[in-house]
Design a protein around this ligand. Structure first.
Ligand SMILES: CC(C)(COP(=O)(O)OP(=O)(O)OC[C@H]1O[C@@H](n2cnc3c(N)ncnc32)[C@H](O)[C@@H]1OP(=O)(O)O)[C@@H](O)C(=O)NCCC(=O)NCCS
Length: 172
């Protein structure tokens, strides 16, 4: 696989490395504190953030987007479920820094994740998305993901229930 993915607007996507830990944690914690994309209100500590990224680095499943000299977003993929029968189905996650949405950065990251998962021989990519997250649903549609189903009131945050939209991209 060519590890570098270029897109317009001077975005470069590359494999993540340990030096990205704090930038990735800051983007993730912003989403935890201010959005319904991640259904927890507990931010990652520095130790937790390092361990979380390290697990992805060891698998080679973490990428960052650089724009204007800073980490503007990250993407990871991981087994969709823990049991080994699920090992060929992975779930993607894409997060773009606040203030840089809508510039093609999420698309550049998702392209890299799909290419990496395909090169690794995986069978399908799943996206679990809060049903009101129009940006993420459009992003995944753009790459050929299909709506598989919706789980009503699958999770809660900020005192509300949220539905879960499941989307799937076949790779093989
Ligand atoms: C969802 C997210 C990753 C998309 O990344 P992005 O860089 O903003 O997306 P892009 O600029 O690459 O746009 C991809 C497509 O989505 C569309 N889009 C982006 N934001 C949108 C929004 N808020 N509403 C509707 N469509 C949107 C774009 O127009 C584009 O579609 P097009 O090709 O038809 O024009 C980003 O908005 C984000 O980080 N959101 C917060 C975290 C999050 O929700 N992550 C996903 C968890 S499942």
């Amino acid at each position: 696989m060519n590890p570098i993915y270029e897109r317009s607007r001077a975005v470069t996507v590359r494999p993540a490395h340990p030096g990205d830990t704090e930038a990735v944690r800051a983007i993730r914690n912003h989403a935890i504190e201010h959005s319904t994309a991640l259904w927890t209100q507990t931010p990652q500590s520095a130790t937790e953030g390092a361990a979380w990224l390290r697990a992805h680095l060891e698998r080679g499943t973490a990428f960052v987007a650089e724009a204007a000299g800073e980490v503007a977003g990250f993407g990871v993929y991981a087994p969709w479920r823990d049991l080994d029968g699920f090992r060929h189905t992975v779930e993607d996650s894409v997060y773009v820094r606040e203030g840089r949405h809508g510039l093609g950065i999420g698309s550049a990251l998702l392209a890299a994740l799909i290419a990496s998962a395909r090169d690794a021989g995986h069978h399908a990519v799943i996206a679990d998305i809060e049903s009101g997250n129009a940006g993420s649903i459009r992003l995944h549609e753009r790459f050929g993901f299909h709506h598989i189903g919706t789980v009503p009131e699958a999770g809660t945050k900020f005192g509300r229930w949220f539905d879960l939209t499941i989307m799937r991209l076949p790779l093989t």
